[in-house]
Ligand binder design. Structure first.
Ligand code: AMP
Ligand code: GLY
Length: 425
């Protein structure tokens, strides 16, 4: 079977890496892919949000499955359109993707179905929003309801910061129409964890819990990025907490979607805060995580194509995914300056022998005349598997520390996984 993977980051490279190992895959196409995916299949220079162009390519190559990596094509209606045309797609409809696209929808959905989350209020006019914020002395989080490229969330410590955030969204309109509606919610305290499942709308398969590292700086300092590294399984989630997450969050979410006649099919990502009162949902994403997916793909011990086909066809059985016994860790190598502005086109040295325990997933790279060049902020995700987390960390960092993997201005956090290692000590 031929398979399309939409997107061109580390998440898509890691999906392709596992798909290429499936005996039933006899052609992989990435739209648009990157320097790493070019070694696994064919990169087609097509934007995944250009629904007409993706459809035309699908008619030409006839994939048996189209796997959607990022959220933007889902919001653009890729799943609905390709499905109408008879293609099998891994990824939810635009209606179901509202869980990620509109924070107001997600918050009200959770409220209707008693899913634990931060208390909140929605505002459409600036005066009421400011009045509300002025009357609160506990820390708040201000969120633009619509999609804002992951930047529409401002975590505030003081009422002044919250007022400035409201101004930024509703007066200065920094996030455009995404700020038409603003959610002001209680700031939760705890440790974050990402929970990923594959669901056909009824049953689901859960991946091990993963911990991302969003801020650019060590010890979680500085501005947020797309994610600077991730590891799994996160020991923060013990057996008792895993059970609570299934009972209090995953099952009610799936039941709620069914009650509202929303058919959800694909990967569902739940960003949770583990608070003293228990796990609470911070956000939903209607896709795999990036970089969460990179360690998950190294850990899973199943035929990925089979799982994705079962999901798309509605044939899952609820269970946990089979994994290799051990831990996996991904450290992101970024361009100097990221998440601000940065230079591109730096020559990349990749002097490592990759094997099933060490893979260098490409994110922002492109191949040109046999050379590999940087082409994005997050460039590579060096991902290792080992019998325990500490060893996985050592294995992933070794080629970076010894400059076997290198480019001008390379930056990476040195503390990926340390929260987990401390917890296990
Ligand atoms: P979101 O896009 O909603 O996940 O928000 C991005 C990040 O903001 C999350 O990963 C958290 O670190 C933080 N965040 C969002 N909502 C809250 C909240 N209610 N309390 C504390 N931190 C939050
Ligand atoms: N790593 C965060 C995300 O995928 O949204």
């Amino acid at each position: 079977m031929k398979v399309f993977v939409l997107g061109g980051g580390g998440r898509e490279h890691s999906l392709g890496y596992r798909l290429a190992q499936s005996a039933d895959v006899d052609g992989l196409f990435f739209l648009p892919g990157n320097g790493g995916t070019a070694r696994l299949g064919e990169n087609l220079p097509i934007s995944p949000t250009d629904v007409d162009a993706v459809l035309a390519a699908a008619k030409e190559h006839k994939p048996g499955l189209v796997v959607v990596g990022p959220e933007a094509p889902l919001f653009a209606g890729i799943s609905d359109r390709l499905t109408q045309e008879g293609f099998r797609v891994l990824g939810p409809s635009t209606k179901a993707a509202m869980l990620e696209q509109e924070k107001v929808f997600a918050k009200e959905f959770m409220q209707r179905h008693h899913i634990p989350a931060a208390s909140f209020k929605v505002f459409t006019d600036i005066a009421s929003a400011k009045h509300y914020v002025e009357g609160k002395d506990s820390p708040l989080v201000v969120k633009a309801s619509g999609p804002a490229l992951g930047k529409g969330v401002i975590v505030c410590s003081t009422p002044e910061e919250a007022l400035a955030a409201v101004d930024k969204m509703m007066a200065e309109r920094k996030f455009g129409r995404a700020g038409d509606r603003v959610v002001v919610e209680e700031r939760l305290v705890g440790e974050e964890v990402s929970i990923l499942i594959l669901t056909d709308g009824i049953n689901y398969i859960s991946f091990p819990p993963v911990q991302d590292h969003k801020p650019i700086g060590e010890r979680d300092t500085g501005p947020n990025t797309g994610g600077m590294g991730a590891y799994a399984p996160a020991p923060l989630v013990d057996a008792a907490l895993a059970e609570r997450i299934e009972k209090e969050i995953i099952q009610p979410v799936l039941d709620g979607l069914r009650d509202e006649d929303i058919r959800y099919q694909g990967a569902l990502y739940m960003g949770l805060m583990v608070t003293q009162e228990g796990p609470k949902v911070l956000e939903f994403n209607c896709r795999f995580g990036d970089p969460e997916n990179q360690p998950l793909m190294m850990l899973t011990d199943e035929d990925l194509l089979g799982l994705l086909m079962d999901t798309a066809r509605g044939r899952l059985r609820t269970r946990r995914i089979k994994t290799r016994p051990g831990s996996a860790l991904c450290v992101v190598a970024a361009s100097e300056g990221y998440p601000g502005s940065y230079e591109k086109g730096k020559r990349i040295r990749l002097d490592v022998e990759e094997n099933s325990d060490l893979v260098c997933f490409h994110a922002g790279t492109r191949a040109q005349e046999g050379k590999l060049l940087t082409s994005g902020g997050r460039v590579l995700g060096v991902t290792a598997f080992a019998s325990d987390l500490k060893k996985a960390k050592e294995r992933a960092y070794a080629p970076l520390e010894h400059k076997k993997i290198y480019f001008d201005g390379i930056y990476f956090r040195r503390d990926i996984g340390d929260k987990g290692i401390r917890r296990l000590a």
